[in-house]
Design a protein around this ligand. Sequence first.
Ligand SMILES: Nc1ncnc2c1ncn2[C@@H]1O[C@H](COP(=O)(O)OP(=O)(O)OP(=O)(O)O)[C@@H](O)[C@H]1O
Ligand SMILES: [Mg+2]
Length: 293
Amino acid sequence: MGNVNVLDYPISTISCEHENNDHRVFHVDREVYSDSIKIPLSLSGISKSYGSHLVLGDIDLQIPAGKSISIIGASGSGKSTLLRIMANIELPTSGQIRWWGNDSRILGSTDRRLGMVFQDANLLPWANVLQNVALPLRLQGMPKAIAMKASFEILEVVGLHQKDKLFPRELSGGMKMRVSIARAIVTKPNLLFMDEPFGALDEITREQLNDDMLRIREELGVTIVLVTHSIQEAVYMGDMVLVLKANPGRVSEIIELPKAFDFWRNSDDYRISDAYFNNVRIVSQALRKWSER
Ligand SMILES: Nc1ncnc2c1ncn2[C@@H]1O[C@H](COP(=O)(O)OP(=O)(O)OP(=O)(O)O)[C@@H](O)[C@H]1O
Ligand SMILES: [Mg+2]
């Protein structure tokens, strides 16, 4: 297969068929490629120490495409550290992160297929809502008019298009978080990392944003990794819930919640369904079990 755009494929799937003076023909191994896009994120043997303090120990994990995984664990168990390592914001002490089959260090953290939302909205105070959302596109070099149009469309997705001219100081906490989410998804990421994004919000706003995120996930087909302290949120948002055990942080259990999203899709009442409460109970018991050790 000639004339492939090599940047669209994991390096592990590409080989150079032949090379002339100024011309290379690449070959993509379709079988390896189709395997790698099914697993956008994989961790093998990840550990992290700060000095002599072992924070994360030997974590293996594979997250399938389009799935949402919630990470839950005691304060200080290493959830944020794990998320930063997954997003290549921080390097592990040992082990390997692969995005779509590629070593994350090769692909680079500026890759447009990643988005990150932190607990604080982290908006630029001197820029209005639309300019804040457009920032990643402008940094990518997208012409202003196109970036603004694309950003306005994303503001419609998060329901803030009528607030596009406001400045962060004029927004409520929930609105700021919506802008932060819009900014993270404006580049249409395939992988979205969220670290306790809704922790500071009231329950009603939080539930609305949870629903927004599930809808966005459907629209973009994005794979979401969400760190949360709320068992209810972990269950509502996740196809699976990873329970992180502390000292050092290790994956103690991954609870698959196969019915959760189907229930939500088919019914407005998932939050008050027996299936939901049952899942909350299962995760709650797991968290208690692993926190006691
Ligand atoms: N840059 C750093 N330097 C030294 N130690 C760090 C650093 N970042 C995190 N740690 C330590 O790593 C451990 C895990 O921190 P981390 O922030 O990942 O926990 P967490 O599970 O996200 O906690 P929380 O639920 O409170 O947000 C803590 O003991 C923390 O002190
Ligand atoms: Mg944290």
